[in-house]
Design a protein around this ligand. Structure first.
Ligand SMILES: O=C[C@H](O)[C@H](O)COP(=O)(O)O
Ligand SMILES: C=C(OP(=O)(O)O)C(=O)O
Ligand SMILES: [Mn+2]
Length: 456
């Protein structure tokens, strides 16, 4: 059971130190905000401390190369899009990718959605201008609305409560899907056969045929497939909006430790990881497994200080670095950081986010990413870790189970001119269902080549 955080409390929740917090909205009504914070502080936890501890144990395996992490989902979840079909299709995509990656790496895949809380967005500009009109930028459904009107863009603290309830409903469905038979490996395998049946993906037939044979081998050995009907699935999001994360922090009565019960895994973004800032301080105070995004300008000494702050006990699975350098920079910028962190003895998990360093504006004016560049960043990530003898521990991807046209390329050859057809994201461009599966087959080849080299 959890207790409310009451140490130094004001109105039932923690009086957090007043450190500078980047990327927070300016709420128009402080009184309304405090009421919402107080209400959130009384809400039941969305996740449990024991689940977070379990995830940390699994992440420790990923740090040691005995598991592989897959984090995937929307850049910005939307309240209106938290429908059964959308949630099902995103889970389905992640399960299909996981099956392929499990085969490629011959290791379990730790499945995490950028889901059930991924509602707040950092922005490069505070405002957005269309024609003559300038309004506050959209900061995610938890803050304001995407519609380009004065009223819609005004931050509304009641949205924090809607984010909580939408997350709760999403998690409820995720738990139902992943434990109620939907995740059955035999079904997932059939879905993957359907994908490969499309001639565009013929180049993955060899891997697909190998997986097929492995399934038959398992069946012949008498593996009880009914035991493989359920999977563990964790919820992850960026711990950006502190007015949401702080009131959802609780003391675990088993251990006296503090957990942010809004999600299992929380990460600190590239724009909010300042050493003297509130986000890092917040992350240091909670016991959930934590991620930090590292872009091409990450300073090695700062990274080492971050480790001391976030993982002073060097606890395997506690800290994950999610690198997002860009295909053009990863081979130059990543080695130094990995070398220094490894020399410091910190047992971190290295995860590759091949999305955020590869964003550009298409000739048709859409924010997009090119599939080959995304894959090239993952390839660079594997090359760097191979050269240093360190472990490429996972993948962090913006994706959807829907058939959108937001990223260009892939075997389905989405072109600039196609972007307008189904460009549905409220923030960054996501890989669609097929592009996501294609990525899984390519990364499975990288994992399998790595295994073969290790055995040679
Ligand atoms: O994931 C988020 C985006 O990368 C971030 O919000 C910046 O996007 P922007 O440049 O459109 O503001
Ligand atoms: C904002 C994001 O990433 P980053 O902090 O790496 O820019 C994100 O993951 O959507
Ligand atoms: Mn994004």
């Amino acid at each position: 059971m959890f207790e409310q955080v009451t140490d130094g409390s004001v109105g039932g929740h923690l009086d957090w130190p007043a450190l500078p917090a980047a990327q927070q909205p300016t709420w128009p009504d402080e009184g309304a905000l405090q009421q919402v914070r107080a209400e959130l502080a009384t809400m039941p936890p969305l996740v449990f401390a024991g689940e977070c501890d379990d995830l940390r144990t699994q992440l420790a395996r990923a740090a040691a190369g005995e598991a592989f992490v897959l984090q995937g989902g929307d850049c910005a979840e939307r309240f209106a899009e938290a429908t059964a079909d959308n949630i099902r299709d995103r889970i389905k995509t992640i399960l299909q990718m996981s099956a392929v990656l499990t085969y490629g790496g011959s290791t379990p895949v730790i499945k995490m959605g950028r889901m059930a809380g991924q509602f707040a967005k950092p922005r490069s500009k505070d405002t957005e201008t269309r024609g003559e009109v300038t309004l506050p930028a959209f900061r995610g459904d938890i803050v304001n609305d995407f519609a380009f009107t004065d009223e819609a863009r005004r931050p509304d603290p009641n949205r924090l409560l809607r984010a909580y309830h939408t997350s709760s409903a999403t998690l409820n469905l995720v738990r139902a899907f992943t434990t109620g038979g939907f995740a059955d490996l035999r079904r997932v395998h059939e879905w993957n056969r359907g994908f490969i049946a499309n001639a565009a993906y013929a180049r993955y037939e060899t891997t697909a045929a190998e997986i097929d044979r492995a399934m038959k081998f398992m069946a012949a050995c008498g593996v009880d497939f009914d035991e493989l009907r359920t999977v563990e699935f964790f919820a992850a999001h960026e711990a950006l909006l502190l007015d949401y994360e702080q009131p959802l922090t609780r003391i675990d009565s088993r251990t006296g430790n503090r957990y942010d019960v809004s999600g299992h895994f929380l990460w600190i973004g590239e724009r909010t990881r300042q050493l003297d800032g509130a986000h890092l301080d917040f992350a240091a105070r909670i016991h959930n497994p934590i991620g930090v995004k590292l872009g091409p300008n990450a300073d090695t000494d700062e990274v080492l200080t971050m480790i001391d702050r976030l993982d002073p006990d060097r606890e395997p699975g506690r800290l994950t670095f999610i690198t997002r350098m860009g295909a053009g920079q990863i081979r130059d910028k990543l080695p130094r950081i990995v070398e220094k962190v490894t020399a410091s003895g910190a047992p971190v998990v290295w995860v590759c986010d091949p999305m955020h360093g590869n964003t550009y504006e298409s000739s048709t004016g859409y924010k997009t990413r090119e599939f080959d560049q995304v894959i090239d960043e993952v390839r660079g990530f594997f090359e760097v870790h191979e050269a240093l003898g360190t472990i490429p521990g996972g993948l962090h991807v913006e994706l959807t189970g829907n058939d959108v046209t937001e990223c260009v390329g892939g075997s389905a050859k989405i072109l600039d001119a196609d972007l307008e057809k189904r460009y549905e994201t409220a923030c960054d461009p996501r890989l669609n269902h097929q592009q996501s599966l294609e990525m899984a087959y390519l990364v499975a080849e990288m994992l399998s080549d790595r295994k073969k080299r290790a055995l040679a």
